[in-house]
Design a binder for this molecule. Structure first.
Ligand SMILES: O=c1ccn([C@H]2C[C@H](O)[C@@H](COP(=O)(O)OP(=O)(O)OP(=O)(O)O)O2)c(=O)[nH]1
Ligand SMILES: [Mg+2]
Length: 152
C-alpha cells in the first residue's frame, strides 16, 4: 500500500524534459533521483560534488525517513557512489534533496544533465526513549563483537 509523500518540484525540467521520479516496477524499492545540472559535469577521479535533484520532499511523519543510496550499476561499474556513503533525509527536512556524488574510481566520469544518479528509499524509523541502567541483563553475546564469532 503506497504511502503518500509531499513533493515540490523545484526544477521545471522535471515533469517536462525529464520524468518525475517513479518506481520502475511494482517491486522497486527506490525512486531514482536525477542530476538537475545546468551543464554536464565532469567528475574527476577521486572528486566529490554536491548535485541538486530539483526536488524537495516533506515526509512529515517522524516514524519515517528517507535514505539516498547509490545505484548499483553506477557504483559497481563506474565507481560513482555517495560522498556520505548513505544520505539520511529527516522527516522534517523541506529543502532540496542533494546528492553527494563521489567518483571513487581512477577514471573521470561525466554526469549528464538529468541522469539518474542515486535512489531514494522511504524507511520506517523507531524513536528510542533512553532508559539509563547500570548493568544489562546477560545476553548470549555479551560484549563480544568485531569478529568475535569467527570467520566461517
Ligand atoms: O545525502 C543527503 C543527506 C542529507 N540531506 C539533507 C536532508 C537531511 O535531513 C539534512 C541533514 O542531513 P544530516 O542530518 O545527515 O546532516 P548533518 O551534517 O547532521 O546536518 P544537520 O546539522 O543539518 O542535521 O540534509 C540531503 O539532502 N542529502
Ligand atoms: Mg543531522
Amino acid at each position: 500500500m503506497p504511502h503518500s509523500l509531499q513533493v515540490k518540484v523545484l526544477d521545471e525540467r522535471l515533469g517536462g524534459e525529464f520524468p518525475l521520479p517513479a518506481y520502475a516496477t511494482t517491486g522497486s524499492a527506490g525512486l531514482d533521483l536525477r542530476a538537475m545540472l545546468a551543464a554536464p559535469l565532469e567528475l574527476a577521479a577521486g572528486a566529490v560534488e554536491l548535485i541538486p535533484t530539483g526536488l524537495a520532499i516533506h515526509i512529515a511523519d517522524p516514524g519515517l525517513a528517507a535514505m539516498i543510496l547509490p545505484r548499483s550499476g553506477l557504483g559497481h561499474q563506474h565507481g560513482i557512489v555517495l560522498g556520505n556513503l548513505v544520505g539520511l533525509i529527516d522527516s522534517d527536512y523541506q529543502g532540496q534533496l542533494m546528492v553527494s556524488c563521489w567518483n571513487r574510481s581512477a577514471e573521470p566520469f561525466r554526469i549528464e544533465i538529468g541522469e539518474r544518479i542515486a535512489q531514494l528509499v522511504l524507511v520506517p524509523v523507531v524513536h528510542a526513549e533512553l532508559e539509563l541502567v547500570s548493568a544489562f541483563d546477560q545476553s548470549a553475546r555479551g560484549e563480544g563483537g568485531f569478529g568475535h564469532s569467527g570467520r566461517h
